[in-house]
Design a binder for this molecule. Structure first.
Ligand code: KMH
Ligand code: ZN
Length: 278
């Protein structure tokens, strides 16, 4: 059994899911605080964040992000907030980059263009990735390298060689999107074996493969991402009542497996983030 401590990221909001699909998806500031706080208290040390307006419209608006982040930080003082720079499909690069102006500790950095279910295309050209990475370097923001497929890892490593992305590298394998790698042990192992030694990685599984991918990640030295952005259903019978419910389940399973969960301070250490001075 690996002795590593597991970082839990809660992806509480997303851009594609709605309250019609699951009423716990947060729209208002109060709902964001409720979902973040319960997930944090249950053991999440990172909140992966997509912003929405009160009516549920996804937005990358800097000011909306600021209000949401300030409110979450007040409720969960040491949590790591990781805004999305992926936003929703169809948004421009400038639109998507807005939360970097707030200098968060981390942000997502999507590493390739892909089909994104139905008619959607999620655009991340090489030059866009360079622009996003450069912005994050300038502002001291640690990128989480979002890889939905093996080719995205290759693109990230190409930009590491060119000096645009700097080690220590932290990946998130997002498995199970229609258009990306599948949420299967075979594809997860292929992704894991394709990253440089010394890198850290989180695993996200979309829909019903979330739990399996999370458990497998813990067993192979990785970290876990869960929450309503990726999966609305707790099991075959019912939807999840909150993001925290998913966190609580993985914490229970980790305990059974003798795996410890990282605190936010430990997560910062594992990821090479500066200690938080309050
Ligand atoms: N909403 C997806 C199109 C990210 O947060 O960086 C992209 C996404 C990735 O969720
Ligand atoms: Zn996201």
């Amino acid at each position: 059994m690996s002795a590593h401590k597991v970082i839990i990221t809660a992806a509480i909001s997303g851009a594609e899911v709605t309250q019609q699909m699951n009423p716990a998806v947060p729209y208002t500031i109060e709902e964001y605080v409720r979902e973040a706080k319960l997930a944090y208290e249950a053991g999440a040390s990172i909140i992966h964040l997509h912003a929405r307006f009160d009516d549920g419209t996804p937005t990358q608006d800097r000011d909306r992000f600021k209000v949401i982040i300030d409110a979450i930080q007040e409720a969960c003082p040491d949590v790591i907030i990781q805004p999305s720079t992926g936003g929703a499909t169809g948004m421009t690069a400038d639109e998507r980059l807005q939360p970097t102006e707030l200098n968060p500790e981390m942000a997502s950095l999507d590493c390739g263009t892909m089909n994104f279910g139905g008619d959607e295309i999620f655009v991340n050209t090489e030059n866009m990735i360079i622009e996003f990475a450069t912005r994050m370097n300038e502002r001291g923001i640690k990128p989480e390298l979002e890889c939905f497929d093996k080719s995205h890892i290759d693109m990230a490593l190409r930009l590491v060689r060119k000096g645009y992305i700097k080690p220590p590298l932290h990946f998130n394998f997002v498995l199970g999107v229609n258009g990306g790698a599948t949420g299967t042990p075979r594809d997860l192992l292929f992704m894991k074996e394709s990253i440089p030694k010394g890198s850290t990685f989180t695993v996200s599984g979309i829909g019903r493969c979330q739990l399996e991918m999370n458990v497998m990640a813990m067993l192979i030295g990785g970290h876990v991402r869960l929450g309503l952005e990726d999966n609305l259903k707790y099991n075959r019978e019912r939807i999840g009542v909150s993001n925290a419910e998913f966190v609580e389940r993985i914490v229970r399973i980790a305990k059974e497996l003798n795996i410890e969960i990282a605190t936010p301070a430990e997560a910062r250490q594992i990821l090479g983030l500066p200690e938080r001075v309050k």
